[in-house]
Design a protein around this ligand. Structure first.
Ligand code: AMP
Length: 215
């Protein structure tokens, strides 16, 4: 690919960064540093025009909507919470796949009152229980949701489940499926217009990488 305009891509480190590397490589982009060992927040790449900004996963849609990054890679869980229509979401990258589920104790006694749900996914949880017509109380947490039922803070949690090992290690089981989650490519609306050729080339390269059989 030829990069004839500056392009900034917002990514979070860890799972999404690691799983994005083969997609970026397919578009000919190689980061100059590893965010796990470098403290740099802006990573150079092998192309002078292409920069990667390494930020919190929940900040990726904000950076992209406001044009601080042209493109970003964000989990569907994050995008569901972010909401709105301030950015384009043209491609499911099929990486960091998991499920958003309710979870709790397998032998939990039915509670006649309002169920308490601990989660960081407030909007998704609200929507899910509203669709079921259940009145629940949602408690916002920022992490370690599995702890909430154990210490009696909530009846259930809403969290992401991949292997199920985290739930199992805490005596919990997945209960109801809310959504299939994977990472999506998001694009700033102005960049979509102003850098259309380049954005389309990147989308094509990522789409091509996803369609390759994994070895
Ligand atoms: P697991 O034990 O494999 O079911 O993974 C569950 C833990 O990893 C939970 O703490 C989740 O919040 C987190 N997790 C799993 N998949 C993802 C993902 N795709 N993105 C972010 N967090 C995830």
């Amino acid at each position: 690919m030829k990069f004839d305009a500056p392009i900034t891509i917002a990514l979070s480190k860890g799972r999404i960064f690691n799983q994005s590397l083969p997609l970026l490589a397919h578009a000919g982009i190689e980061p100059a540093d590893d965010p796990d060992t470098s403290r740099k927040l802006i990573l150079d790449t092998n192309h002078e025009q292409v920069k990667l900004v390494i930020i919190r996963a929940t900040d990726v849609p904000t950076y992209v909507e406001y044009g601080a990054a042209d493109l970003g890679i964000a989990g569907k869980d994050v995008l569901l919470e972010y909401g709105g229509d301030g950015l384009y979401e043209p491609l499911d990258l099929k990486i960091a796949q998991c499920r958003m589920m309710t979870a709790g104790y397998p032998d939990r006694k039915q509670n006649n009152g309002r169920l308490r749900i601990a989660t960081k996914y407030i909007k998704s949880a609200q929507r899910f229980f509203a669709t079921k017509g259940e009145q629940v109380e949602i408690i916002k947490l920022y992490g370690s949701m599995e702890l909430a039922p154990i210490v009696g803070l909530s009846d259930l949690i809403v969290d992401l489940v991949e292997s199920g090992n985290t739930l199992k290690a805490n005596g919990l089981v997945p209960l109801e499926h809310i959504a299939d989650i994977s990472s999506r490519l998001v694009v700033n609306k102005a960049s979509w217009k102003m850098k259309h050729g380049l954005v389309m080339q990147l989308i094509d390269a990522f789409r091509d990488a996803i369609s390759q059989p994994t070895t």
